[in-house]
Ligand binder design. Structure first.
Ligand code: ZN
Length: 142
């Protein structure tokens, strides 16, 4: 666990694509994984079963909306959804588009890399804006 204040309760720099009172969707600026998004609960809560049913369903609806937006935009070979929270025990879901030739495939992105960077096309500067528009259409304006 990290010492000091929770980095998800006290973010320093986040590119927020969409948010409401419950949670926010941020763009994870990882050159190996363009389209990698994170859905972060606004409150400091450790486990999914600490949420009430309505909060849990809404939170997952947002995760699935991000998954659909990433699929529609990037046509990845696979989506990885991950909720670990071992380092930062504050609910957040990773939504990661995966390609058969990405750096770690078929391993998790946190595993040792299998191949050099640069196999994937370069960053698409318009992608964050397109994902944000899609989320607003799906989930409503925040
Ligand atoms: Zn927190």
């Amino acid at each position: 666990m990290t010492a000091g204040p929770c980095p998800l309760c006290h973010p320093t720099a986040e590119a927020v694509l969409w948010q409401d009172a419950l949670c926010r969707v941020i763009w994870v600026d990882d050159p190996d994984y363009p389209g990698f998004c994170r859905v972060i609960l606004n409150a400091h809560v450790k486990e999914m079963t600490d949420l009430n049913g309505g909060e849990r369903r809404r939170f997952m609806d947002v995760v699935f909306a991000v998954e659909q937006a990433v699929r529609d935009s990037l046509k990845p070979d696979k989506i990885n959804l991950a909720s670990l929270g071992n380092m930062v025990p504050h609910l957040h879901w990773h939504v990661i588009p995966r390609f058969a030739d990405d750096r770690h495939f078929p391993d998790a992105i946190w595993a040792p890399a299998r191949r050099d960077p640069g196999c994937r096309p370069g960053p698409d500067r318009g992608l964050p804006g397109r994902l944000a528009d899609c989320l607003q259409r799906t989930l409503g304006a925040a």
